[in-house]
Write a protein that binds this ligand. Structure first.
Ligand SMILES: [Zn+2]
Ligand SMILES: [Zn+2]
Ligand SMILES: [Zn+2]
Length: 542
């Protein structure tokens, strides 16, 4: 070794010397204090000891160790700590077990023993084969016998089957409700469609009635217009009638005044004839002869119809009038005129007139005939003038009378037209009223149809909403049914697995009843599976 070198170094030497000294002192100290009940090196008082916690001893893993520190309660001196004597670990009754792998036939893991004093863990791996009918001391698991296993799996299978059957019942119940809801929904949908069609029909009918109403209103308006026009025509006709009537009146008045003048003319003529009469009286002798011949002629020419001076009826105008009757002479003188408008002959009164003294007077038979003739001729000329005027007045009167008659006829005609127009106006007004009533009825029907349409469409909407709700309800029930069916299927599959395992275990026993019960459990589970599959067939890949 290099001991000589150490010695050659003075500093090291000094350190070594100190170390030695310490060792020596420690030896002295230990001899005094290591054994408990030692004395304080200062005051010789009996020492007390502090003990540290036990800790695993690194030099020997089967042991633990602690430090001991002596001190003096008298002088307060604390001495250097020293290690205790190592002692063996003290393991408890229940080691910790960590299972790292566990199957029915075995388990494997780590068992840890812990020192109750220093908490030192002593790990140890283990592997344990399980035995049927025993509980494993490591995993504390009971490994059942085949009979027990068979019983357990039968129980589990039947339990799953029962639960699955419940789910299947629920699935079928929900499906039935869903089907019912779907049926009701379809019915409501049908109702909705029917009501919709009814509504559309009612709308169309309302539209038709509206058109009819409008058409009738139009016709009513037309009739009102026609009535108004007819009314105007009637008023015009009335005015015309009034006008014609007035004109007729004027003409009638003129006719009357003309006839009055004719009367005046007659009076004048009478006067002149009176004069003529006096002339004739003066010539009495000739008179007799003349009178005789005149009277004969007169009786031939006399029309014999003396009467109303004016007759303006239709047809040929015939008028006869006695203009002069002189009864106070013998024989009496009468001047009679006779007018026929169809008579083409012309006499002293003009065309169409006859006069009882005409021409005969011209024939003279006495000696002073010239004077008589001249005076009588003057008188007759006056009379002729008077009668010519009278005739002219007469014709004017006649013309006015005829005009009055025509105007009166026109007035009547216009009045008739007014009545006709008024009747037309009345008819048109009645038609307008009827068309208006029809329009009102149509409008009322249109409104009724519109109300029906609204009702039907509301019904349609309600039914549609019902159908939707029923459909949703059906869908919810169907979803529930599917969920239940899925659960039923899962339970059936689980039950089948359990039953198969039960059969496996039962087959390893000699108990026939156990085997039978396991097979029954399998059959029950399969029946459930079939029911579930019927409703909801397994999807592809399952
Ligand atoms: Zn002391
Ligand atoms: Zn220990
Ligand atoms: Zn075990």
């Amino acid at each position: 070794m290099c001991f000589s070198k150490v010695y050659n170094n003075r500093r090291i030497h000094r350190s070594l010397m100190l170390t030695f000294l310490l060792i020596v002192l420690a030896g002295i100290f230990v001899s005094n204090v290591f054994a408990e009940g030692g004395k304080c090196p200062t005051c010789s008082n009996t020492l007390s000891y502090n003990y540290g916690a036990w800790t695993p001893y690194s030099a020997d893993k089967t042991k633990h160790i602690r430090t001991i520190t002596p001190y003096c309660t008298n002088c307060g001196l604390t001495l250097t700590s020293y290690p205790s004597t190592p002692e063996s670990h003290k393991y408890g009754e229940k080691p910790r077990i960590i299972i790292e792998d566990k199957s029915e036939p075995s388990c494997r893991g780590t068992i840890i023993y812990t020192c109750e004093i220093c908490d030192y863990d002593l790990p140890d791996s283990f592997s344990e084969s399980h035995k049927r009918g025993n509980t494993c001391k490591f995993c504390n698991t009971y490994f059942p016998t085949h009979e027990e296993e068979a019983e357990r799996y039968i129980g589990k299978s039947n339990e799953d089957s029962e639960e699955g059957e419940g789910y299947q019942d629920d699935a079928e119940g929900n499906e039935e409700i869903a089907d019912n809801n779907l049926g009701e929904g379809e019915s409501e949908s049908g109702n909705s469609e029917d009501e919709y069609n009814n509504g559309v029909g009612a709308i169309n009918s309302a539209g038709e009635e509206n058109s009819n109403s409008e058409e009738n209103l139009g016709l009513s308006d037309d009739e009102l217009g026609r009535g108004s026009s007819e009314n105007d025509s009637s008023e015009i006709s009335i005015d015309n009638s009034q006008g014609y009537n007035n004109d007729s009146q004027i003409n009638e008045d003129e006719s009357r005044s003309r006839f009055a003048e004719v009367e005046d003319g007659h009076e004048n003529a009478q006067e002149k004839l009176a004069e003529a009469n006096s002339v004739i009286n003066e010539n009495q002798e000739e008179e007799g002869q003349n009178n005789e011949s005149i009277n004969i002629e007169n009786s031939i020419n006399e029309s014999g119809e003396a009467g109303v001076p004016v007759k303006y009826t239709t047809g040929e105008y015939v008028s006869t009038s006695t203009d002069l009757q002189i009864d106070n002479v013998d024989p009496a003188i009468s001047i009679i005129r006779n007018y026929k408008n169809f008579n083409e002959s012309s006499f002293s009164f003009g065309k169409g007139w006859n006069f009882n003294y005409d021409t005969r007077i011209i024939v003279g038979i006495r000696s002073d005939y010239n004077n008589f003739y001249e005076s009588l001729k003057l008188l007759l000329s006056d009379i002729e003038l008077i009668f010519t005027e009278a005739c002219s007045d007469y014709e004017a009167a006649m013309e006015a009378a005829l005009k009055s008659k025509r105007l009166a006829e026109l007035s009547v005609e216009a009045a008739g037209s007014a009545i006709l127009h008024a009747e037309n106006a009345k008819k048109a007004a009645e038609n307008a009223k009827n068309f208006g009533s029809a329009a009102k009825i149509n409008a009322g029907q249109a409104e009724d149809y519109a109300n029906k349409a609204i009702m039907h469409l509301n019904n349609s909407r309600e039914s549609a909403m019902n159908a939707i709700n029923l459909g949703k309800t059906a869908e919810n029930y169907a979803i529930e049914a599917r969920k239940f069916a899925e659960k039923a299927k899962q339970k059936a599959e689980s039950a089948i697995n359990s039953a198969n395992r039960a059969i496996e275990h039962a087959n390893k026993t000699s108990k026939q009843s156990l085997k039978d019960r396991a097979n029954n459990a399998l059959e029950r589970a399969r029946n459930l599976k079939n029911r579930a599959d019927d409703k909801y067939p397994a999807e592809q890949g399952n």
